[in-house]
Design a protein around this ligand. Structure first.
Ligand code: GFB
Length: 399
């Protein structure tokens, strides 16, 4: 009978725990569509949205990650916890998975007849007939990924709310209080944004929130296995080579800009560490080989006991495996990549490398840099500082 008592106890404590987990937050909720860009952009936006939800003291509904597959017209929504754990985020602020919110709380907190979408100002629909001058609208479900995102949870909106001129910079103004005054939790239990309530790139003040983003056991374990089973024993350098055709085109904007995508991570948010230049976005193959060799030599001198034995390359297009292998063959260093494309596993492995060289402009690289900063691991950027300037300063600059 002892086991029966134990079983009853376990079941009832599980039920209690589940109920407590899904208790309504009287302070309200915040949900948004990560509708801009791919993973790096969405991760930047996530950190800002987390800070924003905390400043407003509302529970953040964790949206799925929005992914795009070749040949598919509609985005795919991948549950937040496929890649990251929910629990560590709770240390910073109250969060709930979107699927949990929709299945356990939405009927009570956010009935279908009360779902309002929030946007700064009217958003015109691409379908002209939907644009009524007398009834401006957010058109929150217009186009991809907007429609597929909310459809994933069967969400339709019955009205629009324009929140302008309110904004999201909770660090430099009393805007959080204004939000709370304009949208009280009793009248507005859920603020549902058409896009992330955050800036891109991530605000300087929100970069530290990266420490609450911990890889899910599946990715943590897969990264560990790759490092243990595929890479030779010893230190390894992780490289991010962003060089696909979309990137080549994006780099053309360098000449008309002060900053591009994640560039404040090396140039400083006010360009205090310099201006943009082409090689920062698209380093030449020669420059890549030179910088990698220089870093490996420096590590050999400064840390002779932790010699570099291999290089792990992550890339969206050209991994340069043969060029790098040739260049490093005399140093007895092997060069590796994943057997199959996996942007998330690439990230998780780069986060664990002994040294990392990334692309300063890329928000994908920025994710790795922030994660490594939380552990105090060293990171560098391709062609930063500029080669000429570097020769006059340190042999390589660790950021
Ligand atoms: O993450 P993301 O916003 O970074 O978009 P950027 C780049 C996407 O390309 C990633 C793939 O989410 C991945 O799907 N990708 C990039 C990679 N690097 C790798 C890699 O090393 N391994 C693998 N497996 N996949 C900018 C955007 O991308 O690109 C801008 O910020 C714009 O919005 C521009 O779209 C063209 O910041 O690098």
């Amino acid at each position: 009978m002892q086991w029966l008592k134990l079983l009853i106890y376990l079941i009832s404590s599980l039920i209690l725990k589940t109920n407590a987990q899904f208790e309504r937050d009287p302070n309200g909720y915040l949900v948004y569509c990560p509708c801009m860009g791919r993973f790096g952009n969405q991760a930047d936006h996530f950190l800002g949205s987390l800070a924003f939800a905390r400043a407003l003291n509302r529970t953040l509904i964790l949206p799925p990650w929005v992914e795009y597959r070749k040949g598919e017209l509609r985005s795919r929504q991948v549950p937040f916890d496929t890649y990251f754990e929910v629990e560590p985020l709770q240390e910073f602020h109250r969060v709930i998975l979107m699927s949990d919110f929709m299945s356990h709380l939405a009927d009570e907190v956010w009935p279908a007849s009360e779902r309002v979408s929030f946007c700064y100002m009217e958003r015109k629909s691409l379908q002209q007939e939907k644009n009524d001058p007398n009834a401006p609208n957010c058109h929150a479900k217009d186009g991809n990924p907007f429609g597929p995102f909310w459809d994933t949870y069967n969400i339709d909106f019955v009205a629009s709310e324009f929140y302008g001129p309110l904004h999201f910079d909770v660090h430099h103004s009393a805007i959080a209080t204004k939000w709370q005054q304009s949208y009280t939790a009793d009248k507005w239990p859920v603020l549902a944004f058409t896009g992330a309530p955050a800036s891109f790139p991530v605000q300087l003040e929100n970069r530290v929130l990266q420490k609450y983003l911990k890889w899910s056991p599946r990715y943590r374990e897969a990264a560990r296995e790759f490092i243990r089973n595929v890479l030779p024993r010893g230190a390894f350098v992780g490289l991010h080579l962003r060089n696909g055709i979309d990137w080549v085109r994006a780099c053309e904007h360098i000449k008309d800009s002060q900053q591009l995508f994640a560039s404040p991570q090396c140039l400083g948010y006010k360009n205090e560490r310099g201006e943009l230049y082409t090689e920062l976005c698209m380093p030449t193959k020669e420059a890549i080989v030179r910088q990698l060799k220089r870093i490996i030599k420096n590590v050999r001198q400064s840390q002779p006991k932790n010699e570099v034995k291999s290089v792990f390359v992550a890339s969206d297009a050209n991994h340069m495996i043969s060029e790098l292998s040739n260049a490093l063959s005399r140093m007895d260093i092997s060069v590796h990549k994943l057997p199959e494309d996996d942007p998330y596993l690439d990230l998780a492995i780069l986060g664990q490398s002994n040294h990392f060289i990334g692309n300063c402009i890329s928000s994908y690289s920025a994710f790795v840099k922030r994660e490594r900063d939380t552990h105090g691991f060293p990171s560098y950027f391709w062609s930063f500082p500029k080669e000429k300037e570097r020769q006059q300063s340190k042999p390589h600059e660790e950021l």
